[in-house]
Design a protein around this ligand. Structure first.
Ligand SMILES: [Ca+2]
Length: 183
């Protein structure tokens, strides 16, 4: 566990350290940058036919370089891990363990990432949550007794934000694709 506050002064970990810690945490939970890049390709390719997996990887890495993203991910994964260890108090333990649909805080935490590049991320996030492609499906299956109540939403949110960033940075490519579809 990273110690964020040293002595009495609030000496925070550097963003680079936090980034490395976040990647390690994701790896520990079975999620790679490649898995998230594949989600971006899946969600964005219909609107950007010439989109490459390399571009997706770059944009995921860019989202994963942001401190607010690290903070959301390390908080969510910590809660998933504590739940697996049966360390939360009731009723929260049961709520997170059973991924109760009325809870919604997992989604609210994920929204802090989805929001980063404007409202375009919301559509992508909703779509990924509904279809559950690739790694999201794997996380959702709770294979091996894992609790991924927070992680599935966080991974979807990083992919949605990266897809939103792509669309935002290259609107001409997106509009072109939509025009082609309509033609
Ligand atoms: Ca969830």
């Amino acid at each position: 566990m990273i110690i964020l506050i040293k002595n009495k002064g609030a000496v925070m970990e550097s963003t680079k350290d936090l980034e490395k810690y976040t990647y390690n945490l994701l790896a520990e939970r079975g999620v790679t940058l490649e898995d998230i890049a594949e989600l971006v390709l899946y969600v964005q390719k219909p609107y950007m036919p010439n989109l490459t997996i390399e571009e997706c990887r770059e944009h995921v890495a860019s989202v994963l370089s942001k401190r607010e993203v690290h903070n959301a991910i390390i908080t969510g994964i910590e809660l998933d891990k504590l739940t697996e260890q049966n360390k939360l108090s009731q009723p929260l333990q049961g709520i997170v363990e059973n991924d109760e649909s009325l809870y919604g805080i997992d989604e609210i935490l994920a929204f802090s990432i989805v929001n980063l590049y404007g409202s375009i991320g919301f559509t992508n996030y909703g779509y990924l949550d509904k279809v559950k492609p690739g790694i999201i499906k794997k996380l959702d299956s709770k294979a091996g007794g894992h609790c991924n109540t927070f992680l599935d939403d966080l991974v979807g949110a990083v992919a949605a934000a990266a897809a939103g960033k792509l669309a935002h940075n290259e609107p001409h490519r997106v509009r072109h694709a939509l025009a082609e579809e309509k033609a």
